[in-house]
Design a protein around this ligand. Structure first.
Ligand SMILES: NC(=O)c1ccc[n+]([C@@H]2O[C@H](COP(=O)([O-])OP(=O)(O)OC[C@H]3O[C@@H](n4cnc5c(N)ncnc54)[C@H](O)[C@@H]3O)[C@@H](O)[C@H]2O)c1
Ligand SMILES: [Zn+2]
Ligand SMILES: [Zn+2]
Length: 345
């Protein structure tokens, strides 16, 4: 089969690889129909993710058709259409039993990281019963590619951890696919205001179309000043960090209202400053989370009932033989206006 392989920092190529086989009775083999590229794949390619070694097939998102199942798999059969979750969960360890699949001692984020991933014609998915999701008949599969990772990420790490409430004020720092996923899903709770911050006017325009009540281009570094003015000096109840650098985490610290929450989503590669000298008396909370994908079934229902349409995050489409072009388009988002690129296999 053909697969997109990480060949070490800065290097990737389409290679021919053996089709994966069932290795454990709880495995399934899924024939991938559509996959996508995540910012985390770019982190891997920069050499930032040491657990992912050269030779690994990348990708942790996708939808497809079950090809084969191991003899312990009971919830899926060949021919079933499925969403592959970015998190593999055994369903049995203490973390899984608590709903914290991201820290599953037998799984977690392994696809396209420590085991071969979804940017290939076929993928082996461990713990298929608890890591795949059935696609309801008649649902738009392309939209469901967004359910493998970014929609649960924005919702769980941003909206749920940030305790977005009816009538509350929310700021989302970073209007990339993940920040926009937080924007879409925060509207389940009807906050009064959702302020989006970025440097990219195109992404901010998208945010307005997706339901932001205000946008701020922070190129002049005045986002904090503007948000404090917009909130009459009070700040925001929920500040969602959706970038992954110290500067945006500091922005969140400067705009959180007394009693508010900073919900960090960003993957931080280096140290970020925490100004406890300013925050110790503000009664705030700071949360962090690796997406658990525990809300995937609920999010699936909201897509099915058209409460949200994650397909709006898709800006570009490619065939598999053009996956290197897809990477380039995604990497140059500022130039290409890319959000999510979908690759049909
Ligand atoms: N916690 C998790 O489980 C999890 C899962 C998936 C992704 N992530 C992380 O979420 C983050 C966002 O992902 P993405 O795909 O949307 O990334 P992205 O790089 O596409 O988007 C980030 C956006 O932030 C903007 N930005 C940069 N610096 C800024 C600043 N100082 N103030 C305001 N905006 C700024 C950029 O212009 C960009 O539009 C990444 O760090 C990613 O690795 C976390
Ligand atoms: Zn991802
Ligand atoms: Zn587990």
């Amino acid at each position: 089969m053909r697969a997109l392989v990480y060949q070490g920092p800065g290097k990737k190529a389409l290679e021919t690889r053996p089709t994966p086989e069932i290795a454990a009775p709880t495995d399934a083999i899924v024939k991938i129909a559509k996959t996508t590229i995540c910012g985390t794949d770019l982190h891997i390619l920069r050499g930032d993710v040491s657990s992912c070694t050269p030779g690994r097939i990348l990708g942790h998102e996708g939808v497809g058709v079950v090809e084969k199942v191991g003899n312990a798999v009971t919830a899926f059969r060949p021919g079933d259409r499925v969403i592959v979750s970015c998190i593999s969960s055994c369903g049995k360890c203490d973390y899984c039993r608590k709903g914290m699949y991201s820290h599953c001692v037998n799984g977690g984020w392994i696809l396209g990281n420590t085991i071969d991933g979804t940017q290939a014609e076929f993928v082996r998915t461990p713990f298929a019963d608890t890591s795949l999701y059935h696609i309801p008949v008649g649902t738009d599969e392309e939209a469901l590619v967004m359910l493998s990772d970014i929609l649960p990420t924005g919702f769980e790490c941003g909206v749920l951890n940030g305790k977005v409430q009816p009538g509350s004020t929310v700021a989302i720092v970073g209007s990339g696919p993940v920040g926009l996923a937080a924007l879409l899903t925060s509207q389940f709770y009807t906050p009064a205001e959702i302020i989006m911050v970025d440097f990219d006017d195109n992404r901010l325009e998208t945010a307005l179309r997706f339901g932001a009540t205000a946008t701020i281009n922070n190129s002049d570094g005045k986002a904090v000043e503007q948000i404090m003015k917009m909130t009459s000096g009070r700040g925001v109840d929920t500040a969602i960090e959706a970038v992954g650098i110290s500067a945006s985490f500091i922005t969140c610290q400067n705009i959180v209202a007394p009693g508010g929450i900073i919900a960090n989503i960003g993957v931080h590669g280096v140290k970020a400053d925490l100004h406890l000298e300013k925050l110790w008396d503000r009664n705030i909370a700071i949360t962090t989370r690796l997406v658990d994908t525990v809300t995937t079934p609920m999010l699936l229902k909201t897509v099915q009932s058209r409460k949200i349409d994650p397909k709006r995050l898709i800006t570009h489409r490619f065939t598999f033989d053009k996956i290197l072009d897809a990477y380039e388009t995604f990497e140059q988002a500022a130039k290409t206006n890319a959000l999510k690129v979908v690759i049909a296999i």
